[in-house]
Design a protein around this ligand. Structure first.
Ligand SMILES: Nc1ncnc2c1ncn2[C@@H]1O[C@H](COP(=O)(O)OP(=O)(O)OP(=O)(O)O)[C@@H](O)[C@H]1O
Ligand SMILES: [Mg+2]
Length: 161
């Protein structure tokens, strides 16, 4: 399965999706989150990072552009790099900051507003599109690699999705 679409009726459903996706996290994975302001990109990311074992605050890295979270995964220390590129002015800024190097086989990269770094970002394993739909959200997930397909495979067995 390389494509999955569902409705997230409320924030709890977004959190359930994040929790489920957290089980598929592995070093080197990258996920891009698409959607308008307030679509739920940070809410989903926060749920993933918490479910991955980070117990502290997960803030929106709007001004810092990236926030790292060190987690323990498969008996290794792994950084989840949470990017929010909304305020980035150019793709050059992305390169100058050394962000491209963070996309490697060790880190997990989750990116809000990847459109801002079009052309300099590598292809993700998973593209997630969030849309406001009534009081809830619609979500579409597109896997672009075997790692991405493994993420989607988990969703079939999620009770709340
Ligand atoms: N499935 C859902 N149904 C209704 N509300 C939701 C749902 N999921 C998340 N929300 C709410 O939508 C808002 C989304 O905010 P969030 O900061 O996650 O958006 P965002 O996509 O990261 O926006 P930005 O582009 O500004 O970073 C939050 O108030 C959250 O509680
Ligand atoms: Mg956000």
């Amino acid at each position: 399965m390389s494509h999955y679409k569902t409705t997230l009726a409320n924030e709890a459903a977004t959190l359930a999706l994040g929790k489920c996706l957290a089980h598929a996290l592995q070093p080197g994975l990258s996920i891009f989150l698409h959607g308008d302001l307030g679509a739920g990109k940070t809410a989903l990311t926060r749920a993933m990072i918490h479910a991955a074992g980070h117990s502290g605050h997960v803030k929106s890295p709007t001004y810092t552009l990236v926030e790292p979270y060190l987690i323990r995964l498969q008996e290794r220390n792994v950084n989840i790099m949470h990017f929010d590129l909304y305020r980035m002015s150019s793709a050059e800024e992305f390169l100058d900051a050394g962000f491209r190097e963070e996309f490697n086989e060790h880190n997990i990269c989750i990116v809000e507003w990847p459109e801002k770094a079009d052309g300099v970002l590598p292809t993700p394993d998973l593209n997630i599109f969030l849309r406001v739909a009534g009081d809830g959200r619609e979500v579409e997930l597109h896997a672009l690699s075997d790692k991405g397909i493994a993420c989607l495979a988990l969703l079939q067995f999620a009770p709340n999705l």
